[in-house]
Design a binder for this molecule. Sequence first.
Ligand code: HEM
Length: 246
Amino acid sequence: MAGDSPFAGSVRGARLRFAVLRSRLFWIKAAVWLLCLAPAALLAWQAFTANLGPDPVARLEHGTGLRALQLLLLTLAMTPLRELSGRPEPIQLRRTLGLFAYFYMCAHFAMYLVFDIQFALPKLGEDLAKRTWITLGFSCWLFLLPLAVTSTNGWQRRLRRAWKSLHRLIYPAALLACMHFVWLVKKDETEPLSYLAILLVLLAARLPWVRLRAWRAAPREARPRMPGPAHRGEAKSRHGEQEPLG
Ligand code: HEM
């Protein structure tokens, strides 16, 4: 309009950009939900139609365990991805991916409780004492339990700095998950060792000098806050999310 001030125009522009961003994020999140739920739906359908192959229990345990590990690593990939791309979306997807990882871990643990030990808790105690790989998997699940519980915005506000420290448990938990896989495989260890290698790369990407290089390489206008000790702790990104967990 002719009478509009330049300020009103820039406010309208900002609102439009915000609306575009929100709608893009909505569709990306919808796709992530679909992709994360698809493997569970497929397993449920195959179980319902008695189509799980010659060893249905192994198929269920392997299917859920592998998906849990993949989603856990994907969650950890979001921070480096944000720093490399300078885009906010990876950080906004991190919580969803982490919760889906935990969902598959719970399903995986439930398969073991139902089919392997038929809810006999003394047997769980025995396995934890005798089988290192069960101890590793269970410790990972236990480490991530408080993270799943406190993943809401309410808990994030209530716990403040402690929330960030608590959520750093994701690093040892991911290591435990990889070791659980490495330990349980008896013959060809290529697959579990590949997951361990991916984890080590993702952890290395968090080293200050690696982050600084990535920050310098990102387009100037898309750079997140300068990484470094001075900004840790109180850091809130431009997009209103705490950083960096996972
Ligand atoms: C909560 C305690 C857990 C128990 C009791 C448990 C138990 C099992 C069992 C019984 C198997 C099958 C082993 C075999 O067939 O020889 C398995 C495999 C596996 N688990 Fe777990 N697990 C636990 C936690 C986890 C967690 C937290 C993760 C990942 C985040 C995980 C990832 C895997 C993977 C990747 C496999 C191998 C899948 C394959 O061979 O394709 N597990 N686990």
